[in-house]
Design a protein around this ligand. Structure first.
Ligand code: ZN
Ligand code: ZN
Length: 292
């Protein structure tokens, strides 16, 4: 908040407090066990993660009963605001998104973990993206037979739990947290018998998905890296890479390529940018002159 009558600070926010935090509590609005994964990482800079009960499913579910309408960052801010309100000043929120890789035939899991300073309004966000071969889905109109076993094998079942969903006139119905292959088969058969298609998919809630927990952990590590970087302009913690410029020059012919030439680090409080030049030339394999 700016002082009464005074102009707002640059970027509209004050600085995010720097680590170490000496046991400062951070409220984490989660019901799916992510507090354990993220708490272990954030303990490294003195933050003490406290799970705050919050119906995060009300903001959208992977199984489709509740559609997510806000952007992932908005959802993280909403969750972090609830977490901060429960403990005082600092709150955490996290959110995952699954999408096809733009080039390769695989699914990518992008996880963000954000920490909000409710006093300044500054949200610092850590990110991680990784292939998610354990995030499988298949829809059946007949009894699945061996195909179901292959699907479960790809997912890493039963460590990766599964769910069976169907959609009908009265919305989406989901049978979740399945760890027994007979239960999966039964849930499929029941739906087929009642004349609807059955979709078998990974249960992607973090406490049912070891693969997802690893990506959440990587996002928490990225968050700690950012919180350890301090802005030279305003002194806020949380500086991190937010943008790139391409055009790195080829090692052989000096022509610009599509490789990253400059990484742009940005402060979450005052929005000051710092440009970091990539200190090596581009591999000619990426050059359209040398390797057309
Ligand atoms: Zn070249
Ligand atoms: Zn700054």
């Amino acid at each position: 908040m700016s002082p009464a009558g005074g102009p707002p600070a640059a970027g509209g926010a004050g600085p995010f407090p720097r680590p170490p935090h000496h046991g400062a509590p951070v409220g984490f609005a989660t019901i799916h066990g992510k507090d354990l994964v993220v708490g272990a990482v954030l303990a490294g800079i003195g933050l003490r993660v406290v799970a705050v009960p919050f119906d995060t499913d009300s903001l959208g579910t992977f199984s489709g009963e509740v559609e997510r309408t806000a952007s992932p960052i908005e959802v993280v801010r909403t969750k972090a605001t609830a977490g901060a309100a429960a403990v005082g000043r600092l709150g955490l929120g996290s959110e995952g998104t699954f999408a096809p890789d733009p080039v390769l035939p695989l699914t990518l899991d992008t996880e963000i973990v954000g920490i909000l300073d409710a006093d300044s309004g500054v949200l610092v966000v850590g990110r991680a993206t990784a292939p998610a071969p354990w995030a499988v889905t298949a829809t059946f109109t007949d009894e699945p037979g061996d195909e179901l076993d292959r699907l479960l094998g790809r997912a890493g079942f039963p460590d990766q739990r599964m769910m069976v969903t169907s959609s009908g006139a009265d919305g989406v119905s989901a049978t979740k947290d399945l760890s027994d292959p007979d239960d999966v088969r039964r849930a499929v058969s029941e739906r087929l018998r009642s004349g609807v298609r059955a979709t078998v998919a990974s249960d992607l809630r973090a406490d049912r998905s070891p693969g997802r927990r690893r990506v959440v952990e990587s996002a928490a590590v990225d968050l700690v890296t950012r919180l350890s970087a301090v802005c030279g302009a305003c002194g806020s913690a949380g500086v991190g890479p937010e943008d790139v410029e391409r055009g790195l020059r080829c090692e052989w012919c000096d022509a610009p390529t599509d490789q990253v030439a400059v990484r742009i680090l940005r402060c979450p409080a005052c929005s000051a940018d710092r440009r970091v030049l990539v200190d090596h030339p581009a591999d000619p394999a990426h050059c359209s002159n040398c390797n057309p």
